[in-house]
Design a protein around this ligand. Structure first.
Ligand SMILES: CC(C)(COP(=O)(O)OP(=O)(O)OC[C@H]1O[C@@H](n2cnc3c(N)ncnc32)[C@H](O)[C@@H]1OP(=O)(O)O)[C@@H](O)C(=O)NCCC(=O)NCCS
Length: 377
């Protein structure tokens, strides 16, 4: 194969590794996680079960799930220097920056940071699953001049996150919607942040480094940051009345419509229907269907004009908004879920590691004579 024919900008279509964790079946519009249809998992499982599936390769039995839940609850604490870090961050620090740095700092206090055995990485993943929601909630409350709320002794991942943000238990429809979004966000193949985690791991670096780098990759608006950007866009549009004209104008100006398009799905993101369903339930429960109406017009216009469909970030954005989750927390919440997928990929990468080191096409100058600084002028 010639250099040029092997090159694909953005690595589109390039097979960059092997994985048993998920299969994107764009043809049948479905996503399989360790062989299970993700949409089916949203109907019958909680996020903890999917996280366990990713970390252990099998769904937990009831006893295993109880043990996993208890282990997660036992790890719901932050080393006090990490809490101090959150306390001393400027109030306008973006929660993704805070989370990235706090996760990196957690590595100082984990006695197993340098242990790359699969068992240690699964234990570290569990700690991250437990501690990331605390960082998100405590960081947010401190930025608002409020004290952190201690985790709830019984609530699961989704409900406890809302509880720690507000200090009161969420309504069932809110806990359910967040749980479904966490399941849908948990794993998605060789996306940019997961690939980042695998690249870092391939150097035999550690899980904290891989997750810290992955958070950095997820933050951008072309990846996880799209859920926040999509909500800002919906707010800028303002209402269903303006939606079609706004999209037509944006497209005429060659703007990207946030929360639309996907490298792997050209006929629609398989995760969207399940999220839309709970989004509609939340809208009905709070008695506000305006954002759904607005979103539907944006979607119809995008499909009619460009045949580009919404991705998961789009329904997540307005659903979180209807649940009064602060917009800058949308991408950190994505992290709180995807960390299970990242960790599973780290373990998988180490199981059959080879340094990830692609080549590039050189586009620069030919060789030229070197002149020392005085001679160069
Ligand atoms: C996700 C994304 C980066 C995928 O990118 P990609 O596979 O590299 O596809 P491209 O950006 O090359 O897009 C292909 C074409 O569709 C258009 N397109 C893709 N997504 C679009 C969007 N959201 N709004 C408007 N046009 C879009 C591009 O402008 C391009 O058109 P062109 O061929 O006329 O130049 C892209 O769809 C995007 O930027 N979406 C918005 C951000 C987002 O929602 N990200 C979350 C992804 S889960």
């Amino acid at each position: 194969m010639s250099e040029k024919s092997a090159y694909s900008p953005g690595l589109e279509g390039v097979i960059a590794g092997e994985s048993a964790l998920s299969r994107i079946d764009a043809e049948h519009n479905r996503l399989l996680i360790c062989g299970y249809d993700l949409e089916e998992l949203t109907e019958g499982a909680a996020y903890e079960e999917v996280a366990y599936l990713l970390l252990h390769g099998e769904l937990p039995t009831r006893a295993q799930l109880e043990e996993f839940g208890a282990a997660l609850r036992a790890e719901r604490n932050l080393p006090s220097p990490v809490l101090d870090l959150l306390r001393h961050a400027p109030a306008d620090t973006h929660p993704m920056d805070l989370l990235r740095t706090a996760v990196s700092a957690l590595s100082f206090f984990d006695p197993e940071t340098r242990d790359n055995s699969p068992q240690a990485n699964v234990r570290k993943a569990l700690r991250l699953l437990a501690k990331i929601p605390l960082i998100i909630a405590a960081g947010h409350r401190l930025s608002q001049g409020l004290e952190p709320v201690a985790p709830h002794p019984r609530l699961g991942q989704a409900a406890n996150l809302i509880y720690m943000l507000r200090g009161s238990e969420p309504a069932p429809h809110e806990a359910r919607a967040l749980d479904v979004s966490l399941i849908l966000y948990s794993e998605h193949g060789f996306n940019a942040s997961t690939f980042t985690a695998r690249v870092v791991t391939s150097t035999l670096s550690d899980l904290y480094s891989a997750v810290t780098a992955a958070i950095g990759a997820l933050a951008g608006p072309l990846h996880g940051g799209a859920n926040e950007a999509a909500m800002h866009m919906l707010m800028e549009i303002g209402g269903p009345e303006q939606a079609e004209a706004w999209v037509l104008d944006a497209l005429a100006k060659k703007k990207k419509i946030m929360g639309f398009g996907h490298r792997e799905y050209k006929k629609g993101d398989s995760r969207v229907p399940a999220m839309k369903k709970v989004g509609r339930q939340v809208a009905a429960a709070v008695g506000d269907t305006r954002w759904i109406e607005l979103a539907e017009i944006v979607e119809r216009t995008m499909i009619a004009q460009k045949n580009i469909h919404p991705n998961l970030d789009f329904p997540c954005a307005y659903t979180y908004y209807l649940m009064h989750i602060p917009i800058p927390l949308y991408t950190p919440i994505f992290v709180s879920s995807r960390v299970a997928g990242w960790a599973a990929h780290v373990v998988e990468q180490l199981g059959r590691n080879r340094l990830i080191r692609p080549a590039h096409l050189y586009r620069g100058m030919g060789q030229r004579p070197f002149k020392r600084v005085g001679v160069r002028g």
